[in-house]
Design a protein around this ligand. Structure first.
Ligand SMILES: [Zn+2]
Length: 242
């Protein structure tokens, strides 16, 4: 096993610090990125509630239209009954009289059925109106929650960005201490892998990929030499208990 970077000395504390900094950056960035996703999820819920109100309104409109049609039918038939009643007195024969009577009875029967149907439709409209109001209340509630969420996310984001700037400043300070000979490789690895560019050694094993390390590697790490994991390429460091 050849050394990947030969005998560059680097402080274990510095590597541990850099690893901690990269973990913090990753964590803060993750929290910042989750903000807009939370808002978008909330917005989808608002949209769903808004659609439910529109749908409820459409159902009321359709049912009202049907009720209007039925009422018009009822009125037309009532007019016809009136006309037939007028004709009763002018009937030319008993047969004609009976015929008018039968027509009146049939129309009255039909209108009785229609009246029941209209009553049911009107009751249904009242019920639908209550449901629409319920959907509207849900929408208003959801809109309030969404406003609150946006305010919370904005507040958190401001605080998180402030923390991130602090950690980034600390990162620049720590990275200035990286030996010149290791800097290019460090930069390349960090930009590709982020916090996984560094790994502690735990029980002679790489803390990043759990590869068992040879005694030669362990000895080099103990001498504060810069060592890369032969498996995952991470910069290895001896963990400091403090
Ligand atoms: Zn590894």
């Amino acid at each position: 096993m050849a050394k990947t970077v030969s005998a560059i000395e680097i402080s274990a504390d510095l590597l541990q610090r850099l690893h901690r900094i990269h973990r913090q950056i990753n964590d803060l960035q993750g929290q910042i990125d989750r903000g807009p996703r939370k808002i978008a999820a909330g917005e989808a819920m608002v949209q769903k509630c808004r659609q439910a109100v529109v749908d409820a309104g459409d159902t009321i409109k359709r049912t009202s239209l049907l009720a209007d049609q039925r009422q018009k039918q009822l009125a037309e038939r009532e007019d016809r009954i009136e006309t037939l009643r007028g004709k009763l007195n002018a009937a030319a024969s008993n047969r004609e009289y009976d015929s008018f009577k039968e027509q009146i009875a049939a129309d009255e029967q039909a209108n009785s059925v229609l009246s029941d149907e209209i009553l049911e439709l009107l009751e249904r409209i009242d019920q639908l109106e209550l449901e629409r109001q319920q959907r509207q209340t849900e929408l208003d509630q959801r809109l309030g929650e969404q406003q609150q969420l946006i305010a919370e996310v904005e507040q958190q984001s401001t605080s998180l960005k402030h923390d991130l700037a602090t950690v980034q400043a600390e990162r620049a300070e720590a990275e200035a201490l990286i030996p010149a000979g290791a800097r290019a490789e460090y930069n390349r690895l960090v930009s590709a892998r982020g916090e996984e560019a560094l790994a502690p050694v735990d029980n002679e094993t790489c803390g990043g990929c759990y590869q068992k390390l040879t005694t030669q590697f362990i000895n080099q790490i103990m001498l504060n030499q810069l060592v890369r994991c032969p498996n995952c390429n991470a910069f290895l460091y001896r963990r400091n208990a403090g």
